[in-house]
Write a protein that binds this ligand. Structure first.
Ligand SMILES: Cc1cc2nc3c(=O)[nH]c(=O)nc-3n(C[C@H](O)[C@H](O)[C@H](O)COP(=O)(O)OP(=O)(O)OC[C@H]3O[C@@H](n4cnc5c(N)ncnc54)[C@H](O)[C@@H]3O)c2cc1C
Length: 424
């Protein structure tokens, strides 16, 4: 194997207080919150659209912002949802919480309106947004971080006092040499899609059963599932997912998704009543549930999460059952009545990090806790926390773990975020 080491040819330099990498579910709100807290902020996103999993993977039903009938997550993320509702891009669901029907409280949003609102909000607060750009390499200095970004036109060096990793994959934290962990088996991925062109009444279910015997589907696809997809107009499959934090791992998931969808599509087309079936929508990216988690100053365990323990640095709420997807189904565990989980600030700090914070699904947590805290409202809330903390530590010239907790709470309150009561 030949190893080639080339010097990076830098085409331009940018200086900023805070750099957010990843303009997805959490990162957009890190950037908006950082700018609202008065920091010069740059946001770098690899896609051409803001919103991440919510928009490009079409998982456009964020939850949960309310627990037991009371709002627990507010701030710029809620403002974005309210703007979408006002523009006719969503309707507010009934928020009288019914255990085991928690998804009724998720807010189904139109992804065009949502991504447009995100652009509008970034512009309003002066976030310098760079799309079609990806992190290449980072170097830590005594006072900050140099991030090398690959743009369409070349390599840009961004010097930032503080960086928020909101890539969903801890790509920056990994590049900085901090440890990350992966579950032994990562949760499966799902390509969002929509099928039409048939009437269920005319579909020969007996043909599905008899043709299935001759088909060679993977063991996790059954004839019953093939019938159930038709009823919901969606081929709702789980795709095995391993190392999707890398380009090669992500490519494998995307290819496997398409190949399975195509196989199911071809199978349907030979069945009476399904001759004209077609897939009229597929999300640009397969939805990835899980890749890396950081090893933080504190790790949220499933027990802490489900019992709702209060940390001395509790910084936002989280409310969703433990929701671990496996190839054959979902393992669930619910909070007892009136229990609401909390997230400690220290779970957003990679161990011994001076200038880097994490937001979104890869914050420090064990496998089961992570299956719950990965939901979108919590990603958005941790995004807001990381943005405010990065702004504050840049302004005060402090390491991210040294900012006074009370001041962080004050900054979060100034952007309308909700903070759990403090325990002394
Ligand atoms: C199929 C599926 C169903 C789900 N169901 C629900 C649900 O019902 N309710 C709910 O609330 N949540 C649900 N979730 C969970 C939730 O959608 C995700 O956990 C959450 O959106 C992750 O947010 P994030 O900010 O961590 O990452 P993302 O939203 O993925 O954002 C990461 C961003 O970083 C960018 N990026 C990545 N790497 C780089 C890089 N190297 N350089 C530059 N940019 C980069 C990406 O393009 C992306 O925009 C579901 C997830 C999936 C996949």
């Amino acid at each position: 194997m030949i190893h080639i080491n080339i010097e990076l040819n830098i085409s331009r330099n940018i200086n900023t207080d805070v750099l957010v990498i990843g303009g997805g579910t959490s990162g957009v709100f890190s950037a908006i919150s950082s700018a609202m807290a008065g920091a010069k902020t740059v946001l770098v996103e690899k896609n051409s659209m803001l919103g991440g999993t919510v928009t490009v993977a079409n998982v456009n039903f964020p939850g949960l912002f309310f627990a037991w009938g009371k709002q627990i997550i507010n701030g710029p993320c809620w403002e974005a949802i309210e703007r979408v509702i006002k523009l006719g891009g969503a309707t507010m669901p009934d928020i009288t919480f019914k255990p085991e029907k928690h998804w009724y409280e998720q807010i189904r949003i139109n992804r065009f309106i949502y991504t447009a609102v995100l652009c509008e909000m970034c512009q309003e607060v002066g976030v310098n947004t760079l799309l079609n750009a990806m992190i290449t390499k980072i170097e830590e200095t005594a006072t900050g971080i140099i991030c090398y970004i690959t743009e369409k036109s070349g390599i840009t060096a961004i010097y930032a006092k503080k960086v928020v990793d909101a890539t969903g994959d801890a790509n920056v934290i990994q590049a900085g040499g901090y440890p990350i962990i992966k579950s032994k088996t990562q949760q499966p991925a799902t390509p969002q899609n929509h099928i039409s062109g048939y009437n269920m009444e005319n579909v020969s279910l007996s043909e599905i059963n008899s043709f299935f015997k001759k088909a060679d589907f993977p063991v996790y696809i059954t004839a019953e599932k093939l019938i159930s997809y038709l009823r919901i107009n969606k081929i709702d499959v789980h795709i095995p997912c391993e190392n999707a934090d890398t380009s090669s791992g992500k490519t494998k998931v995307e290819f496997n998704s398409l190949s399975l969808l195509l196989k199911i599509y071809k199978f349907y087309r030979q069945i009476r009543g399904l001759e004209n079936i077609y897939i009229d929508f597929i999300a640009e990216e397969t939805g990835i549930r899980e890749t890396n988690r950081i090893v933080g100053e504190n790790i949220i365990t499933a027990e802490d999460y489900i019992t709702g323990i209060t940390y001395k640095d509790s910084i936002c709420y989280a409310f969703y059952p433990i929701d671990l997807h496996v190839m054959s189904g979902i393992e669930k565990k619910y909070h007892k009545e009136n229990i609401v989980a909390k997230i400690p600030y220290s779970a957003l700090i990679p161990k011994n990090s001076k200038h880097i914070l994490c937001a979104g699904r890869c914050i420090s947590s064990d496998t089961y806790a992570n299956s719950a805290i990965r939901v979108q409202s919590v990603c958005m809330a941790t995004g807001q926390v990381a943005g405010c903390a990065a702004a504050l530590s840049a302004q005060k010239d402090l390491f991210v773990k040294d900012i006074p907790y009370e001041e962080l709470c004050e900054t979060l309150k100034s952007i309308n975020a909700i903070i759990p009561p403090v325990v002394k």
